[in-house]
Design a protein around this ligand. Structure first.
Ligand SMILES: Cc1ncc(COP(=O)(O)O)c(C=O)c1O
Length: 463
């Protein structure tokens, strides 16, 4: 996005596409945002064209398009003016929605590298799922998929995450968010009204629990992970949502003592732990710790998805439920909500069975590890006053800023430098957090780490 002023107009011109379209979009956005007020006269096309350094035709075309859409009005012999929309924003022409380009140096957390998506393998797996599976499957909208696909998944989860289950305990969903929303609805019907959530944590999951009717109760996190004892301050809380293997965003693991404490808490209150197994496959210094579910399959619901490994567009996730919960769901006939395309799940099971999924994970792991090492070296060299924390895992690290630096100003200045980054307090509910940035490297192209940190350092110096 380039901001420029021409003939008295301030416009945000996008980087891609023909200039006529970019100009029309900038003008339309300005009218919608109110920075071009009803009745305002646009500069004569000749003048605007001269200042933009383009042909007059470009400007008359853009004006003409917005007149046709109803944003502007043209009267012969006088200036083109902004129409009074009376609070109604007319629809633009049908076309691709305006996409905000991601920053060139993208340190925003929560994104995996979709440019590494194994297109050929996925296509082959999907082709086989469509060609080889029985015709009856075409009529199926089962939330559990086929037994063979579920068995492949449970074998994989046992191998990779030490998850203890059998295929009857799997429900397939469109992702971790969908799983948490659905489980929260089920728990609501079982009289749960409040849910403990990590503070800080990703709003994407906890909000789905809230939308399902559970009130959120923030529970603090320290260098040992979730502060389990705080749960005792809330006797009416018997469900907790957490990321034991790799806390998002702080990047700590739940310590062995706290793992046991949490399971004991759940036993004592007859509670449920929802384990978000997000990015657990990515640990760089040693094997990831096994899932909490493997230690307490009767107390833990494990949710996972391929959003971080293949991409959120695949829309495949799973929930592994304790037997008693499955029994309740079956007995009460509770609706499992919307599952993903059964073919999508079948294709994933073929990717796993062929070894393609784990090969892809290895490639991602190698690349993410390198990015992390390069980022850590760059930060150590260029920002020696900043402190890095978070395990060598996942796709994000925490960078604490020196005292007195205004985090919001850093984020703003970084954005102006084409660097996307998130402040730690974006993930907070009530906790007191240090002034820090969450630096994601899932979507940062390898070899851009030094430039990204150089630009971020400039934003910090200028803030
Ligand atoms: C902490 C956390 N859990 C889970 C997910 C994945 O959610 P979903 O499977 O709904 O895409 C994300 C995605 O960014 C996340 O940040």
């Amino acid at each position: 996005m380039t901001q420029l002023t021409a003939a008295g107009l301030t416009l945000e011109l996008g980087p891609d596409g023909p200039l006529t379209q970019r100009l029309a979009t900038a003008l339309r956005d300005a009218v919608r945002a109110g920075s071009l007020a009803p009745g305002a006269a646009l500069p004569p096309s000749r003048l605007l064209a001269a200042e933009l350094g383009c042909s007059r035709w470009v400007v008359t075309e853009a004006y003409g398009q917005l007149v046709a859409e109803g944003y502007l009005q043209a009267t012969t012999g006088s200036a083109t003016t902004v129409r009074d929309l009376g609070g109604v924003a007319p629809l633009g022409p049908l076309g691709p929605p305006p996409s905000r380009p991601r920053p060139r140096y993208d340190l925003t957390p929560g994104f995996g590298d979709v440019s590494m998506f194994p297109r050929t393998r996925w296509l082959e797996a999907y082709r086989r799922a469509v060609m080889d599976r029985p015709t009856a499957m075409l009529a199926d909208r089962s939330p559990v998929g086929t037994l063979s696909a579920r068995t492949v998944l449970t074998d994989y989860l046992l191998r990779a995450r030490q998850v203890r289950e059998d295929p009857t305990q799997v429900v397939i969903t469109t992702g971790a968010g969908a799983s948490v929303g659905w489980i929260s609805r089920v728990l609501h019907t079982l009289s749960h009204r409040r849910i403990g959530v990590e503070d800080p944590s990703w709003s994407g999951l906890r909000d789905t629990a809230e939308r399902a009717g559970l009130e959120m109760v923030p529970i603090g996190v320290d260098d040992q992970g979730l502060r389990v004892r705080e749960l005792d301050d809330h006797p009416d809380v018997r469900v907790v949502l957490c990321t034991p293997t790799h806390q998002f965003p702080l990047g700590v693991a739940l310590s062995p003592d706290r793992r046991l404490e949490l399971i004991k808490w759940a036993d004592r209150v007859d509670g449920v732990i929802i384990e978000d197994d997000y990015d657990a496959e990515f640990r760089y210094d040693r094997r990831p710790v096994g899932s909490l579910q493997g230690m307490a399959p009767d107390r833990v619901v494990l949710v996972g998805s391929v959003s971080q490994s293949l991409g959120p567009m695949i829309n495949v996730g799973w929930a592994i439920l304790p037997q008693w919960l499955i029994m309740r769901i079956l007995a009460d006939g509770l609706d499992a909500g919307t599952g993903p395309s059964v073919f999508g799940f079948e294709a994933l099971s073929i990717m796993i069975a062929e070894g393609w999924y784990e090969r892809h994970l290895r490639a991602l792991r190698t690349s993410y590890r390198r990015r992390r090492e390069n980022l850590v070296s760059a930060i150590t060299a260029m920002l020696p006053d900043c402190t890095i924390s978070g395990m060598a895992a996942g796709t994000q690290l925490i960078m604490e800023l020196p005292q007195g630096v205004d985090v919001a100003a850093v984020v703003r200045r970084a954005a102006g430098n084409d660097v996307g980054v998130a402040p730690l307090d974006r993930y907070r509910l009530a906790a007191d957090l240090p002034s820090a940035l969450v630096i994601g490297y899932g979507n940062l192209r390898e070899d851009r780490e030094n430039e990204a940190i150089g630009r971020l350092a400039a934003a910090i110096r200028g803030a």
